[in-house]
Design a protein around this ligand. Structure first.
Ligand code: ASP
Length: 439
């Protein structure tokens, strides 16, 4: 058995957290490849090392004062090293980092040092080999991740390495310069390593016990999702849960490797298992409910629209011309609505309306703002009659008016549009009818 284990910033924020991580790794021999993030927040008022590094670099590279913040960063590591009683000194590393910052080496290099240094600490603590991600994770000249070159190098390099620490979040470009993934990118590194070594499992350790059925800010203490498929997770993507980086799915999904989201502070919890597909019967008909406010719709009306070849294409072309992507497109026989993110659309609003008039000569174009979209997702819906009925009767009971309905052809999701003001209430009503009522 081979497992890749990634630990997020809050799991590695202090010596105390490091010790929990050490216990977790040592309790399972299969946990052979470790991907650390940079130290995160120790409490809600604390700062992430990555944010401090950006700030320090911005100051140092522009001739402003930076020493204080650099010392603060170094003291974060010293605290961990001392707390773990390690025989490790990072003075030399910090000297080099300071020189590079002052010479303006680049923001990506700066940010990556958080993981780089934490990787050294982790390797010393565990007695594992340290492998600099710059030597095994590659980007092209334009800064796009080079999946194949990376996979080849990584699998060759790790073939004969029993146990290793590989810092998350960064790699290198052909000229040797450092490039990072977007924020939260250590998740992506873990996934890439799991693919390269054909891991049996990619464990992603964080500070929550998995994905929740819905947003805990809306529903108190929602249930944890035990198993979710990659597809369901995609449909729930805009819940913005921030638990797992979106790009972390692709590398492991390609190889059929499951991801297990686990909680460093509650290792006894099973967490959420993300899989390609499963025979396991879901506990509830629905797997999750996610939503977001801040949508608007452009409603277009034209008599005989349905008979006009190319109508939809011409309308969508207008949005494309302005680089606006749309979220949903429910339609009637003589009507068509395009649902968009309001903030993306506002700037081009009037130009788009004019563009639609020129393109298809509609009878009317109306805008409606202040809409929220709610996705009710579940592989269990396909086999269950009456799911839509239950959703709509729950909403009717809660006196919520449904503005739009869209069921994906996979029967994996039902999207509901409601007024922004009804958003939270609607989610609670759906949660109650599927989860509380089925408990
Ligand atoms: N340390 C980086 C960040 O704060 C990457 C990560 O934690 O995954 O975004």
């Amino acid at each position: 058995m081979k497992k890749v284990v990634k630990f997020g910033g809050s799991s590695l924020a202090s010596a105390r957290q490091f010790k929990k991580v050490g216990d977790i790794i040592r309790s399972d021999k299969a946990r052979r490849y470790v991907i650390p993030s940079a130290p995160g927040k120790r409490n809600s008022r604390d700062e992430k090392v990555t944010d401090m590094l950006y700030a320090c670099y911005d100051a140092a590279s522009t001739g402003a004062s930076y020493k204080k913040i650099l010392e603060k960063i170094q003291s974060r590591y010293t605290e961990i090293i001392d707390g773990l009683e390690l025989n490790l000194n990072l003075d030399h590393e910090f000297g080099r980092i300071e020189e590079n910052f002052v010479s303006g080496i680049g923001r990506d290099y700066a940010a990556s040092r958080g993981e780089y240094l934490n990787g050294q600490v982790m390797a010393a603590y565990l007695g594992y080999e340290f492998i600099d991600a710059a030597e095994v994770i590659f980007f092209d000249e334009e800064g796009n991740f080079d999946a194949e070159a990376t996979n080849q190098e990584l699998s060759e390099r790790l073939e004969h390495v029993e146990r290793a620490v590989i810092p998350g979040f960064y790699g290198s470009k052909p000229d040797g310069s450092i490039k990072t993934f977007s924020r939260g990118g250590s998740d992506v590194t873990g996934s890439i390593v799991a693919r390269a070594i054909h891991a049996d499992m990619y464990e992603n350790w964080t500070d929550v016990s998995g994905f929740l059925v819905t947003d805990p800010k809306i529903v108190e203490n929602p249930e944890v999702i035990e198993t979710i498929t990659y597809k369901e997770l995609r449909e729930l993507a805009y819940m913005g849960a921030g638990v797992l980086h979106e790009d972390a799915i692709f590398p492991v999904r390609k190889e059929g490797i499951p991801i297990n989201i686990r909680n460093t502070n509650r290792p006894e919890d099973k967490g959420t298992l993300i899989v390609e597909s499963t025979c396991r019967k879901p506990r509830y008909t629905i797997t999750g409910i996610a939503g977001r406010k801040g949508f608007c719709s452009v409603n277009i009306e034209k008599a005989m629209m349905n008979a006009e070849v190319g109508f939809g294409r011409k309308v969508l072309q207008v949005f494309e011309n302005y680089g606006i992507s749309f979220e949903h497109m429910p339609s009637g026989i003589d009507t068509m609505s395009i649902m968009l993110h309001q903030d993306e659309f506002e700037e081009y609003e009037q130009s788009v309306i004019a563009g639609i008039h020129r393109a298809v000569h509609p009878d009317a174009v109306e805008l409606e703002s202040g809409l929220a979209l709610i996705a009710v997702v579940g592989r269990g819906m396909k086999a269950t009659r009456g799911t839509a009925g239950r959703i709509f009767s729950a909403l009717a009971h809660a006196r919520i008016n449904v503005k739009m309905i869209d069921q994906g052809s996979s029967e994996l999701n039902i999207i509901i549009g409601v007024k922004d003001a009804d958003f939270e209430q609607a989610i609670r009503a759906i949660y109650d009818i599927f989860i509380l009522a089925d408990m």
